[in-house]
Design a protein. Structure first.
Length: 360
């Protein structure tokens, strides 16, 4: 079998990495800025079309780099305007990315892994298990493709890492992706427009606290007692509520900002008045806001969504005790694009593809 190592992916290198590889290849490092502009601002993936580079450089670059580009293999539009893209990666694995308009701005919901290892009891993605981590270029690629596909390359948009996967379980590639997205010659997305959502991988939270590029933080709490969270969010057996909350207390929150605590509401499980009061107590002294997410039901998920009255009552208890609270209006439910509904069935390969794989 012939194995060739793929060339480094320009779309997955941060500025210092690209500059140093250019230098090694005998090219002036300042070309990095030009390359960022072509790839991210104009969506060009063919070096031959980079017309402000000299001819010799246009021939040399493809010997040193490739420019990855996930293929759009499916596109679904919800009645509420939400779009879900099904993307195929170079190894034919598939992921989903979602665009939510007017939320109030434009929001891209991006995946960080193919599947997820966390196995939260109410989440469909967890059913897939973890196939693999996404590379930075694949994380950034989702933003590039959504922006191009929807004509939003020059628009301001927010990015939430709330698609498939646990971003802090793929820390290095996720942070590299955020640095690339933040590059002023690329899409220039500032940390204020990015939210990392995590189940609370405590050592990674502490690492994030020391990053120069600082996104907003959302923590998926979902329960108020250790016993209950052990069941709903299995990672709790490793990093308990107490430890997650302590990590949040030491997290450097930006001025005028807060940590969001996500709380999926499951009828008869975690939606009682006592749960609400315990939640208030847990968050005491943290600059927090709570985002209640009434469960998006799905076949095979053994929970149900509480009534709107129950959700309102729960929210009322928090608000009465001066905890800022919002209820997430899940979008794109009709196309299975809402929270916890992203799942990709195993890729069916055709007979021809199987044959190609055998003789490779
Ligand atoms: N792994 C990260 C990113 C996923 S974000 C995290 O867990 O935070 C997706 C959010 O939707 C999380 O808060 C997740 O718990 C929530 N979610 C998962 N399944 C859901 C469902 N069926 N209904 C509503 N929300 C769900």
């Amino acid at each position: 079998m012939l194995e060739t190592t793929p060339l480094p992916d320009i779309a997955g290198l941060d500025r210092p990495e690209l500059e140093s590889l250019l230098r090694v290849g005998g090219i002036e490092p300042y070309r990095a800025g030009q390359l960022f502009r072509w790839v991210f601002k104009r969506g060009v993936t063919d070096f031959a079309r980079m017309t402000d580079l000299s001819k010799p450089l246009r021939t040399r670059l493809p010997e040193l780099f490739r420019i990855s580009r996930p293929a759009i293999v499916g596109r679904e539009r919800s009645t509420d305007g939400t779009t879900k893209l099904l993307l195929e990666l170079e190894d034919r694995r598939r992921i989903e990315s979602v665009h939510i308009p007017d939320s109030p701005g434009q929001t891209f919901c991006i995946s960080t892994q193919v599947g997820c290892a966390m196995k939260c009891a109410f989440c469909l993605t967890g059913r897939m298990g973890l196939a693999r981590n996404l590379a930075a270029g694949e994380i950034v690629g989702q933003v590039r493709l959504l922006a191009e596909d929807l004509g939003l390359l020059d628009a301001r948009f927010n990015i939430v890492l709330m698609g498939m996967g646990e971003p802090l379980h793929n820390y290095d590639e996720t942070m590299r992706a955020l640095r690339i997205l933040g590059d002023p010659d690329g899409l220039a997305v500032s940390g204020r427009r990015v939210t990392i959502s995590t189940v609370g991988v405590v050592p990674a939270l502490d690492r994030l606290a020391r990053e120069p590029y600082m996104p907003n933080l959302a923590v998926s709490l979902h329960a108020t007692t250790e016993a209950q969270r052990d069941v709903l969010v299995p990672l709790n057996r490793k990093y308990s509520i107490t430890e997650v909350i302590e990590a949040c207390r030491r997290f450097p929150i930006k001025r005028r900002s807060r940590i969001t605590f996500e709380y999926v509401m499951l009828a008869g499980v975690n939606d009682s008045r006592e749960d609400a009061k315990r939640l208030v107590a847990l968050l005491a002294g943290i600059r927090a806001k709570v985002n209640l997410i009434p469960l998006n039901e799905a076949a095979g998920i053994p929970f149900s969504r509480p009534s709107d009255e129950r959700v309102d009552e729960f929210a009322g208890i928090l608000a009465d005790r001066h905890v800022t609270v919002s209820v997430r209006k899940s979008r794109g439910r009709d196309i299975r694009a809402a929270c916890g509904q992203l799942i990709v069935e195993g890729t069916q390969s055709s007979a021809g593809q199987k044959l190609a794989a055998l003789i490779k």
